[in-house]
Design a protein around this ligand. Structure first.
Ligand code: FAD
Length: 543
């Protein structure tokens, strides 16, 4: 996925016919592309922004069964998604890490000790949780031992269970890279503007290269609308927006430095308005979320509002009363849109997170709703449908992704990841990295870290520290980074978790990218502004 080849390769797709064309490069679209290509279907994926720039870089970043949904008796969904998380972990242990989660129980809270114990046991059973990760019930003293910052008043004990932490945007790119390795074509900044029809059936799309303005027509036997929050826009273009529609809700997360919010332990806590909020330590920061409010504004750039900030700060200060955090402590933030399927009379937090597949009379397939965690299963269901309708054309086989490592996941199985990490860290140190840097790169790239290390000898005109140089060159050569925001937000997560590092190195990265792509002055200015805006919006709440 070389960045410089992108425009040329996209142009070559003009008038080509694919078996499947996927619209949307979030986790849903990328999962589908991996499934179709590994069943032998000639596949192309088009994404109008950067890969994962929609909801798939803006989630709580957990691969989880959704314990909360047991409250709504979504037993089947919890069971399905819970089982999927083990598969996601096994296939990509570098982007998914087990994380013990503490669920404190308070006098008068919505979670009683008995219900929590029963709920967690049911969760273990439904999700098929392995023995070493099954739930434990803790006393109040044990809870405070794990997290002394928690409110002491009314604390009765807690539940302790395992979730999996991930990097949503990196999970998405790793799934896509695996699809490309198997022969799929994928392009970011390629927007589907219209559909092409023949005999009343959708037979292709008119796409516009958002970087050059060129229009490309691409034909396909099956077209899948996997555009998350945008699915209804494309259904409108296809004149098939009828029956069920989407309801978008916004979820915001705030990031704090560990010096100000020194959380030791991930916590999933009850709020005074009977919602559930996560607080998770990560890479020297603590992030907290999420909100859940109806959203009807700009889809491309959802942002934290003052109300979101005030609400989350109140939740934090209620549960961790010694902190007294204020808006000045917010170091970064992100906001994402949940593409939920509208249910009459239900509030945002009560709407089901189920996915559904809709097929229009023109043959356009739309996949709506769902979770990051269930991406592989969702893809399997959609592609089963596609395989059935293309049967006469190719005889495509069954789903191949259950035991297929994603890109970077070939570390010898999840049980071997720590020894893999140790070994590759030694290799990185020999190249001149510190142990910390070498480990960080190994966690980021998994088995691809060998390719990353191979770029150590690349000569650059700009002076960059070795770890940054390796990340940037790899992102340009193999992860289709075309803008500085692609690199700093979605390939490295740095705007969220290393914002000071972004401020320090943004000019050097811009300089290198400007030379690499031979940008004009005005291109360079625009990309620099886009990055500055992203940095400002991460800390500044909208009034
Ligand atoms: P998206 O990621 O939005 O992808 C759709 C893509 O389509 C976008 O990138 C968009 O640019 C592109 N597109 C739109 N129109 C066009 C067009 N015309 N042409 C080309 N491309 C187009 N799930 C979990 O499992 N765990 C969690 O912890 C979790 N937390 C969440 C927290 C929040 C706040 C939110 C909002 C969601 C959370 N989810 C979580 C749900 C999960 O993030 C989403 O279900 C998932 O990311 C949706 O992916 P998607 O690919 O369907 O949509």
């Amino acid at each position: 996925m070389q960045s410089k080849d992108r425009g040329k390769k996209l142009r070559l797709c003009h008038q080509q016919t694919f078996d499947v064309l996927v619209i949307g490069g979030g986790i849903t679209g990328c999962g589908i592309a991996l499934d179709t290509i590994t069943r032998g279907m000639k596949t192309v994926l088009l994404e109008m922004q950067d890969f994962a720039a929609g909801t798939s870089s803006r989630s709580t970043k957990l691969v989880h069964g959704g314990l909360r949904y047991l409250k709504q008796w979504e037993v089947k969904m919890v069971a399905e998604v819970g089982k999927e998380r083990a598969i996601v972990y096994e296939n990509g242990p570098h982007v998914t890490t087990p994380e013990w989660m503490l669920l404190p129980i308070y006098e008068g809270g919505t979670l009683g000790r008995f219900r929590t114990s029963l709920g967690l046991r049911l969760y273990d059973f439904l999700a098929g949780v392995k023995r070493s990760e099954r739930r434990q019930m803790l006393s109040a003293k044990e809870v405070l031992g794990k997290e002394p910052l928690l409110k002491k008043q009314g604390l009765k004990g807690g539940g302790y269970y395992v979730e999996y932490r991930t990097d949503d945007a990196r999970l998405t790119i790793e799934v896509l890279k695996e699809a490309v390795k198997h022969g799929a074509q994928a392009f970011n900044y390629a927007k589907v503007e219209d559909f092409l029809y023949g005999s009343g059936k959708v037979i292709g799309v008119k796409a516009v290269d958002q970087l050059s303005g060129e229009v490309i027509e691409i034909l396909a036997r099956k077209i899948i609308n996997a555009t998350g929050p945008w699915v209804d826009f494309l259904r409108e273009k296809d004149q098939s927006k009828m029956g069920k529609t989407l309801q978008l809700t916004k979820g915001v997360h705030l990031v704090f430095d560990q010096r100000r919010f020194p959380l030791k332990q991930s916590i999933y806590f009850d709020t005074s308005d009977k919602r559930m909020v996560f607080a998770i330590p990560r890479d020297g920061k603590t992030y907290v979320g999420t909100t859940d409010t109806v959203y009807e504004e700009n889809l491309e750039y959802p942002r934290m509002s003052e109300q979101d900030q005030v609400y989350l700060l109140r939740c934090i200060n209620d549960m961790f009363p010694t902190l007294q955090l204020t808006e000045k402590d917010v170091e970064s933030s992100w906001a994402g849109l949940r593409p939920l399927i509208h249910e009459e009379g239900k509030g945002p937090s009560q709407i089901s997170r189920r996915d559904e597949i809709w097929q229009s009379s023109t043959g356009l397939i739309t996949i709506a709703g769902g979770k990051l965690t269930g991406y592989r299963k969702m893809a399997e269901l959609v592609v089963d449908l596609v395989a059935k309708s293309l049967r006469g054309d190719g005889g495509f086989g069954p789903c191949q992704t259950k035991h297929l490592p994603i890109s970077g996941g070939e570390v010898g199985g999840s049980g071997q990841f720590l020894s893999f990490l140790e070994e590759r860290a030694k290799k990185g140190v020999k190249l001149g990295l510190t142990v910390h840097q070498a480990e960080k790169l190994t966690r980021l790239y998994g088995s691809n870290v060998d390719r990353v290390f191979d770029y150590a000898n690349t000569r650059l005109e700009s002076t960059l520290p070795l770890d940054l140089k390796l990340m940037l060159v790899y992102a340009l050569e193999e992860e289709m980074v075309v803008k500085p925001t692609d690199f700093f937000i979605r390939r490295t997560g740095a705007v969220f978790f290393r914002i000071e590092w972004v401020h320090r190195w943004k000019d050097a990265v811009l300089e290198h990218m400007a030379k690499y792509f031979s940008w004009t002055q005005s291109q360079r200015k625009n990309y620099a502004k886009e990055l500055e805006d992203a940095l400002t919006h991460a800390v500044e709440a909208v009034k």
